[in-house]
Design a protein around this ligand. Sequence first.
Ligand SMILES: Nc1ccn([C@H]2C[C@H](O)[C@@H](COP(=O)(O)O)O2)c(=O)n1
Length: 203
Amino acid sequence: MAEVSAQDLISQLSKSPESHKRKEYLHWDDYFMATSLLSAKRSKDPVTQVGACIVDSQNRIVAIGYNGFPRNCSDDVFPWSKAKKGSQEFDPLEDKKMYVVHAEANAILNSNGMSLSGTRLYTTLFPCNECAKLIIQVGISQVLYLSDKYADKPTYRASKRMLDAVGVEYKRHIPQKKTITIDFDTFPEEDPNASLGLNELHL
Ligand SMILES: Nc1ccn([C@H]2C[C@H](O)[C@@H](COP(=O)(O)O)O2)c(=O)n1
């Protein structure tokens, strides 16, 4: 068996993956957008699930939200459908847009009244005009979004008009990582001591 000098051992150890900074860590913008995407998973909207996350200048998440009905307005009672104009059974009161609180508005409301001045908002869908009003009023200074699928609609054009007028920056987030997998099975199910019965020992 070849002998390994102490010096060799030290240099080998210093080359092991555990001795270096991990390279696959999430960058801030991906991290916050992924947080918004995770939040969107809470939405009951069958068509579009939106998530939003507000972050302060020190990269601390100060609030998150997703689109849903106001508290205590039951998801099983209020409509998740869109009323079709022109159809015989058209009933504007049976349209989700009358009731849904948008993800961005929920995130702002979830901040519990703390100052949002100078914060960044990460949202999976570009904010509408109503949310743009709130964004401006609370002093959010930057909006990062993933999708702008309704860009041609007047409400989204009005939103950009307001954001442009007051200098709130907005930009599409281009993820550095294509996929982020969350697999609960990759984590140990239980405390390793449990299998040894050590948890039952009261020493
Ligand atoms: N920036 C946005 C835009 C829309 N939402 C919500 C409102 C609805 O629940 C849903 C859009 O439904 P669709 O018209 O695609 O059937 O997304 C939001 O939270 N934030």
